[in-house]
Design a protein. Sequence first.
Length: 351
Amino acid sequence: MKAMKKILAGAMAMTLSLSLAACASDNKDKQQDSEKTEYKVGIIQLMDHASLNQIADNIKAQLDARGAELGVTFNYEDYYQNGQGDPTLLNQIATNMVDQEVDIIIPIATPSAVAAMAATEDKDIPIVFSAISDPVTSGIVEDMNAPGGKITGTSDALNTNAIMDLMFAVDPDCDYVGFLYNVGEDSATMPIADAKAYLDTKGVKYVEKTGTTTDEILLAAQALVAEGVDAVFTPTDNTVQKAELTIYETFLNANIPHYGGADSFALNGAFCAYGVDYANLGIQTADMAVKVLVENVAPADIPVMTFDNGIAVLNTETCVAIGLDVETVKAAIAPYCTQVDEITTAQNFEG
């Protein structure tokens, strides 16, 4: 019996020793994590256009601000890449970031996120995406509140009914609406379906014209003018936004108001835009990335963030050019949004 007690005592001592060693190892790992001073942040931007540039600029600025606050460096300069809208290039960029052992990837727009997910499939690199209109339908996350896996981020989902309300506030007699979008972009699927449902309830006719390149979008815009539509709606579509500076005069010369799902449409010449504040979206994306990197919060436990700021952006130059009075338009749409901002045509946002 004494021998048995000695064996048990020895086993308990060994267990306690192993437990203390494990705790010490865990504490050491946590201490090393807390003492990390530089994080490698991969940013994959889908392409150049005003909204995506605005997001990227604000992600970088906020990472710099949070880094100064926390006494660490978020190194994105060595790991920022623009895919120029090319899926093959996006895949190469994502693969290179994995090879460079970045600590996190921030993909901007759905195709960038798809590339990042494929490249990190068997890796532990977290992903915090930005500006994905429909993350669930796109297969990016399992649920908006419980993303699952190693991914979360911010969504620029569009309140389509709100922008339709603006359209009819400006022109109650509108009876023929054109849809202009890239049928290949997931971001257009739900808003176009919602717009059709809205117009069906009002008994308003609509027509769709699509394209996948700037030249095709220009031809589609010209076709909508030939159709004699009263207004044109485009959701948060990257292809059309990239083409907006090319097409806006087509609608302007025909006195047709073009409504877009992001403020960059109005910046680039469209009549009116309604959607999220992309500067704030970039800031919030960066904050989520910091939470994952510094606070060690799992992306799966961070709900996807959505925005609905209710701000309409009116291009005053275009408004006057199509024969409408700025103050009359602002008064008409004011009840349907929390704020009406004025803008004039430019290529990019200042600052």
